[in-house]
Write a protein that binds this ligand. Sequence first.
Ligand code: C5P
Length: 447
Amino acid sequence: MSDDSSPSLEGRRLILGVTGSIAAYKSALLIRQMKRAGADVRVVMTDDAKRFITPLTLGTLSEADVLGDIFPESSDASGSWTQHVRLGLWADLFVIAPATAQTLANLAGGFSNSMLTATALSARCPILVCPAMDRDMYRHPATQRNLQQLRDYDYTVMPAAHGELASGLVGRGRMPEPEAILRRIADLLDGRPPAADALASPSVTDEEADPPADPSPASASSTPADLRGLRVLVTAGPTQEPIDPVRMLTNPSTGRMGYAIAEAARARGADVTLVSGPTHLDPPGGVTVVRIQRAQEMHEAVQSRRDDADVIIGAAAVADYAPRRASSSKTKKDEAELTLSLRRTPDVLKTVGANKRPGQVLVGFALETDDERENARRKLEAKNLDWIALNNPREDGAGFGTSTNRVTLLGRDGTVDELPLLSKRDVADALLDRIVDPDLAPVPSPS
Ligand code: C5P
């Protein structure tokens, strides 16, 4: 029976899939809470899960036989090998908690190599996966790609929680607490979007700021509110440096990368200000937008706001030179040659870096075609950044004007993180992941 504080799951039929993670001990608590909430629970375990918790424990708590073997032990084929099909049809919801990297890979690949994965393939009900693993396994592009694949199959992914992990590392990888999983189950069964705390409501002050977008269940379910309370300032787009009223110096930046970062940071609960050069993009909902044209204006907009920001990400393609004087009338084309006198524009991010306050995180982008890493690292040092995202515009799918990007993240501490070709939104999330979890915890030495 459910009490007042926990959601009711009265009469709901749940399968709990348990896989081989240390977090499997929490499955016992989860089953107790499911039963208390009135659910009928069947447990499916992988062989590895049995190393962490016994079928006897989970069977006793769920008051039903635990399923594990896909093939019957005896020759009495009384239908037990088709259990996965019957179970998949019986359930209202299939929860896999904890879900290891191995199981996520099997599910993403469509393997039916265990009772658990075979049941997932047979299930017609919604499936909720709650990953649990070590920090670096969770961040690995293969795991992230598998999670994305599962979302594409319409699975709901509950992001791993941040905190202390069994390895001694601190980071994202913990299985969410049973209470949070139970609430998510109830929400899914009732067709509700995730609880209100999945998204924060930032203080939006600028007239241009749109109201926060309603989170769609699909996107918000996979979006942690882990930037809540952080103020993020992003620069985006090109700058335009007028030569005369009808001509300018500019570059082909579309602003997509910066806009994707602003959107992702907002979706993760941050209070976001976007300082944008001229683009054709619609600003993301809930973001304060400051529009500028020239590098000097971007400089002023950023420097006047920099002290209020916890995170500053420079994704703008700022013109390095501007005409010394813009002519107030259209330049005549009488002469065979025209010499423009240019002056350096202010380096927006470098100025921020020179005035960085403790705790502030600064991120830049470097577009390099030669000696990429050395040049990017030099920029990281020169601008006093914590991270620099390096991209090479010569690579397919990377750089200006594309919806995808292939970046290598270089950290101040020497980290090199080569991301695969991803959508700019996924690159944005990967970058924000590093900011939330900056790997400051010492790596324990193997014993
Ligand atoms: O020096 P470079 O232009 O390659 O550095 C790129 C990084 O510095 C980007 O993050 C860009 O937004 C930022 N930048 C800036 N102001 C400039 C030039 C670059 O903020 N004038």
